[in-house]
Design a protein around this ligand. Sequence first.
Ligand code: NAP
Length: 346
Amino acid sequence: MNEDTPDATVHDVVIVGSGVAGLSAAVYAARADLEPVVLEGPEPGGQLTLTTDVENFLGFPEGIGGMELIQNGKAQAQRFGAEFVHGTVEDAALEERPFALELSNGETLRTQALIVATGASARWVGAENEDELMGYGLSTCATCDGAFHRGDDVLVIGGGDSAMEEALFLAKFADSVTIVHRRDELRASDIMARRAREHDQIEFRWNTELLEIHGSQEEGVTGATLVSHPDGLPKDRLADGEDVEYEDVDVGGIFYGVGHVPNTAFLEDTAVDLDDEGHLLTLEGMTTETAAEGVFGAGDVMDPDYRQAITAAGTGSMAALDAESWLEEQALESNAEAAVVAEADD
Ligand code: NAP
């Protein structure tokens, strides 16, 4: 680390994001004596902190709580010297090195290498009133808000593993849980789908979407308008002017489980390439390098396909190893340049 004045500190590696990918990168970078700084953003610990049991992370035959896994990972990274700071990157100047990251608190972090592990945030479905009622009976996190719905009838929107997991968790508190899915085939894994299908309190509404949420911030969610079409994707059919069926239902809570969008807004005007959905694109082959030299990607922010805790941990470790090699190459190059200059001076 090169320290001239406190403001001009240039770190070797800054890792943006403190989910499983960022933590894994931090453990590797810290063990390589790179003294990484880990930026904890608006969702510290990432998606795993909102999960109940993680059953498929290698090495935990009985499963492990998502929060516990993250807390252990942070302690492990700190043990090797990783520093954690709070902040969200508002703007990233990546044209020249050291890179400058402008944070929401007005501070600027400077770094030679950058690992982007910002993950992805819950997607919203675009139903009427969702802006007003998010946090007032509408939620994207059953483990956070499920206990407020003891004795309620609730809806879960989505057909993937997240929706199944939310429904299974909510069934501990709610009187009934209805999974509303826009098609008649689940995207969820067989094991999660079977658990939901076999649960007495969980029902399914197929070929149905959420159109409007009823209620107010004072009363909370009181109901919803659903729209159905026998062939599925009813909102598309509504737009095409096809006949659809509407139904108003009384419910005390609605949970979104419709996937996630990558957190890459701060990279939009940089040399880092993004795909149409905003995922950070890495170079071809097995690497975490991006089109911006010195910037590496890890975890869900660069992974539209696997999106598992274990794969995020894997790419996190790869990003730290790639950053370490790249920093070594830079040091060798600048030593060689310095030697040429010294020779010319002699
Ligand atoms: P996902 O697999 O992408 O599923 C999203 C679901 O939401 C799909 O069924 C999709 O419908 C639906 N959807 C998307 N946008 C919608 C909209 N605007 N309106 C209505 N429905 C919409 O996302 P995920 O369930 O969050 O899972 C992501 C990854 O994490 C997966 O790899 C999954 O296996 C993993 N995961 C695993 C676990 C576990 O093993 N315990 C738990 C959670 C997540 P369509 O099917 O029609 O596209």
